[in-house]
Design a protein around this ligand. Structure first.
Ligand code: SF4
Length: 344
């Protein structure tokens, strides 16, 4: 366990994004915000797209004044400025700094607003918490408004406010806590700026999170049952492994085989796939996660016919705009093991 290090930094509303992904990441951010790896090109692209979206929302809102700092924000609020851009707050009581994108003056007072690149906030608990913190800092009943892609908007709710209170309480605890326990998770660790510190440790410790069939929520239960590392799992008998939450049935034998494969460095064939007769052709569809419209998401369809070399790739079409896209090129159904293709 790493030693306790104190931090004097205030909580930033946007820390909710790291916190929701991984408490340890929030802990690192608190202490060494510059120690992580620089953002990769994809992260930079997302940031740029986010800033472009913020600017396009701002352009559609009419006259505004940009707040220079906290004092200027307070002055603009006192002057009842109808639209304040980039207001800045420091709330000593909550130990929070916050900078929503906008403050809208309404009859009941100021409402915070924030531009978000997402089309919906439904599956964005981290962003919802961030926006709820803005409302807590403003000390208003007016729900923060998320200004989304495609002109959509949503408001945060009571549940988000409660979640933001839990976030703030936990962040205060993290400020003086030892480094929290964590487990490897490919989707969160591979893109994390602290992966160069954590991932080698996970590898060296045989962390169970490296096993595809072990859900992170099952790990404490497995540890309690005496299975703490990949080596323990590789030696276990799936028949006698206890059922624990998120780790039951067929998962157990798959997890043991996967652990054995990793430990021994061997490929274990569980079953031989039935080969399709005829000539296999690879088909792939690529989507753009930053597309502003859902109809713009798919930008590339491609076939890879034999002999399957990079130069054999046939791009059925490349994005040249919505008007150039075919509605559908072919429908493929299966009759027994034979594909039946209908060109549309
Ligand atoms: S590398 Fe993984 S465990 Fe470490 S801080 Fe990042 S997300 Fe958390």
């Amino acid at each position: 366990m790493q030693p306790k290090e104190l931090t004097t930094r205030l909580i930033n509303a946007s820390d909710a994004i790291a916190w929701k992904t991984c408490r340890r990441r929030a802990w690192y951010d608190f202490r060494q915000p510059d120690a992580g790896m620089a953002p990769d090109p994809f992260e930079l692209l997302i940031m740029e797209a986010g800033m472009d979206h913020e600017q396009s929302v701002l352009m559609g809102l009419g006259d505004y004044q940009t707040a220079q700092d906290e004092t200027h924000t307070a002055e603009l609020i006192a002057a009842r400025t109808p639209l304040i851009y980039q207001p800045k707050f420091q709330d000593k009581e909550l130990s929070v700094v916050a900078q929503p994108d906008f403050l809208f003056l309404e009859d009941e007072g100021y409402r915070a607003g924030d531009a978000k690149l997402a089309r919906s906030m439904k599956d964005k608990p981290d962003l919802r918490i961030q926006l709820a913190v803005y409302q807590r800092v403003l000390k208003t009943e007016l729900s923060t408004k998320a200004l989304l892609a495609e002109g959509n908007f949503e408001f945060i709710n009571e549940k988000d406010l409660k979640n933001s209170d839990a976030f703030l309480a936990d962040m205060k605890e993290l400020a003086t806590a030892d480094r929290p326990d964590a487990h490897f998770g490919a989707s969160r660790c591979n893109g994390c700026p602290y992966r160069q510190t954590c991932v080698p440790e996970f590898r060296a410790n045989g962390d169970l999170g490296q096993n595809y069939f072990v859900d992170a929520r099952a790990i404490p239960h497995l540890q309690a049952a005496g299975i703490s590392t990949l080596s323990d799992l590789a030696l276990a008998n799936p028949e006698t492994l206890p059922d624990v939450p998120y780790f039951k049935g067929e998962k157990k034998s798959k997890a043991v085989l996967h652990a054995q494969s990793v430990i021994d460095g061997k490929i274990i064939v569980r079953s031989t796939p039935t080969r399709i007769t005829g000539t296999p052709i690879h088909f792939d569809i690529e989507t753009n996660p930053l597309a502003a419209e859902s109809s713009e998401e798919v930008y590339l369809w491609g076939f890879l016919p034999p002999p399957y070399e990079p130069q054999d790739f046939e791009h059925l079409w490349h994005d040249g705009g919505a008007e150039k896209r075919p509605k559908c090129l072919a429908a493929v159904s299966w009759k027994g093991s034979q594909p039946k293709t209908k060109i549309l």
